[in-house]
Write a protein that binds this ligand. Structure first.
Ligand code: NVA
Length: 379
C-alpha cells in the first residue's frame, strides 16, 4: 500500500504570516445577554434597559450576516479557505450543576473563544456564563480538523466553575454609576469583576508574536488565567500587559502587531507596562499610535468601542483588511507601506466586534520565530 500523505491543517504562530485558512463567525441568533455576575447590559435607548434581554433585531442580524458573507467571499477570492461555525439556539438557558443562566450569547466572534498557537487550537475558558457553551458551535470544525490533520493538537482549558466566588459581587451594577476616574482605578489595581479563584481568560486577550505571547489582564482575563497559559505553553514567553482604559476586554482594538518590528497601539489606551515598552525598544520594534477612528459613538446595541477602527485582519505581512469607513486608518496603513483592502463591516459591530474578532486563524504559512531575542529579566 502506498504511504498515505498527511496534511497539515492547523498552523499559525502570529498575526501576520500569509493567511490560508480561517474561521469566519455568523450573526445568527445573537442575543443581548441576560444579566449575570460577569456582564450587565443597559441599553434603554434601544429597548433593552438593565435586566432585560433577547435576540438582536432580525433586520440587524440580516445586515450583519450579509457583511460577514461578503467578507468570507473576499477572503476566498484571495485563495483563503473559509469555514463557518454551526450556530446553536442562543436564546436557550445555559445550565451547569452550579448555576442557571437565562440566555447564551452568539457565535460571531470566534477570536474570543479559539486560541491558535502553532499546530494547537485551544478552547479558552471564557468568563461569562452566557458564553460557557460557545465552544460547541466550533466543535464540528475542530472534529473535522482532528480527522484531517494527525498533528493537530486539540486542547481545551479547564472548564471554569463560574460560581459566585469567581466574581466580585455586583461589580458591573456598581460600575455603571462610577465616573471615569473611579473606573480607571480598577485598571491601576488590575482588579475588575473577576476574582482569582480560578483561571479565566478569553483568546482575544492574546496577541501572538511567535515565541512571545502578549496577554492583556482585563475584565475577562485574570492573573490565574495568564499563569495557566504560561504553564500550558512552556516553550513560549507569556507577558502580561495592561493599558490605560477603564474596562479592558480583548487586546485587538488596543495593541495589534502588524509585521515583525511594527505594532499599532491605540492612541488613547497607552501601555501601562514599563517592561513591555522596554522589551519592544530593546528589540527595535516600533510602536505606532493608530489613526483617529471614523465613528464618534459605539454602534447601536454594541458593547465594542469605536476603536474597532484598529480591529484589522492581516492577509499577509504587506496586506491588511480594514473596515471601509476608517479612512484615516487606511491612509495611515498606506503610509506605512501596506496594501489596504476595505471591507464593509460596521453592521457587524453589535454582534461582537470587527474584522479580527470575526475570525480565528487556522492556517498561516510560517514557522515559530523569535522576534524578541533580547528579553527583559523577570518579564
Ligand atoms: N473591548 C474592546 C475590544 C473590541 C475588539 C473595545 O471595545 O475596544
Amino acid at each position: 500500500m502506498p504511504e498515505e500523505k498527511t496534511k497539515t491543517v492547523v498552523n499559525s504562530w502570529n498575526e501576520w504570516d500569509p493567511l490560508k485558512h480561517v474561521i469566519v463567525g455568523r450573526a445568527d441568533g445573537t442575543m443581548v445577554q441576560a444579566p449575570e455576575p460577569a456582564c450587565v447590559r443597559n441599553w434603554p435607548q434601544y429597548g433593552f434597559p438593565m435586566g432585560t434581554y433577547g435576540p438582536l433585531p432580525k433586520e440587524m442580524e440580516e445586515k450583519a450576516n450579509e457583511q460577514l458573507d461578503n467578507f468570507a467571499k473576499l477572503l476566498e477570492d484571495r485563495g483563503v479557505r473559509v469555514d463557518r461555525p454551526t450556530p446553536l439556539d442562543f436564546s436557550q438557558k445555559a445550565q451547569t450543576p452550579d448555576w442557571v443562566q437565562e440566555s447564551m450569547f452568539g457565535v460571531m466572534p470566534p477570536r474570543d473563544v479559539l486560541l491558535t498557537v502553532g499546530n494547537e487550537i485551544l478552547e479558552t475558558t471564557m468568563s461569562q456564563r452566557s458564553r460557557w457553551f460557545e465552544y460547541l458551535a466550533y466543535r464540528p470544525l475542530l472534529e473535522q480538523y482532528y480527522k484531517e490533520d494527525p498533528n493537530f493538537r486539540w486542547e481545551a482549558a479547564p472548564k471554569p466553575r463560574l460560581i459566585d466566588q469567581s466574581y466580585h459581587k455586583d461589580f458591573w451594577i456598581n460600575n455603571e454609576s462610577k465616573d471615569e476616574e473611579a473606573k480607571m482605578q480598577h485598571t491601576y489595581n488590575k482588579e475588575w469583576g473577576l476574582t482569582e479563584a480560578e483561571p479565566l481568560f478569553d483568546a482575544a486577550d492574546v496577541g501572538r508574536c511567535g515565541k512571545d505571547l502578549f496577554v492583556q489582564r482585563s475584565t475577562v482575563t485574570n492573573a490565574a488565567g495568564i499563569d495557566w497559559m504560561q504553564r500550558h505553553f512552556p516553550e513560549h514567553r507569556v507577558h502580561e500587559v495592561t493599558f490605560l482604559e477603564p474596562e479592558p476586554m480583548h487586546i485587538d482594538a488596543t495593541f495589534v502587531a502588524l509585521r515583525p518590528g511594527l505594532v499599532l497601539s491605540n492612541r488613547k489606551r497607552v501601555p501601562l507596562s514599563e517592561e513591555m515598552k522596554e522589551l519592544f525598544k530593546i528589540n527595535d520594534w516600533e510602536i505606532v499610535p493608530c489613526a483617529e477612528p471614523a465613528h464618534e459613538h459605539k454602534a447601536k446595541l454594541s458593547f465594542c468601542s469605536v476603536w474597532l477602527s484598529m480591529n484589522i485582519l492581516m492577509l499577509d505581512p504587506k496586506t491588511v483588511f480594514v473596515e471601509e469607513q476608517e479612512t484615516a486608518q487606511m491612509e495611515q496603513f498606506n503610509e506605512l507601506g501596506f496594501n489596504v483592502i476595505p471591507v464593509p463591516f460596521w453592521d457587524v459591530a453589535a454582534f461582537g466586534g470587527g474584522l479580527h474578532c470575526a475570525t480565528a486563524d487556522v492556517y498561516r504559512e510560517g514557522t515559530l520565530e523569535d522576534y524578541f531575542p533580547k528579553q527583559v529579566p523577570g518579564y
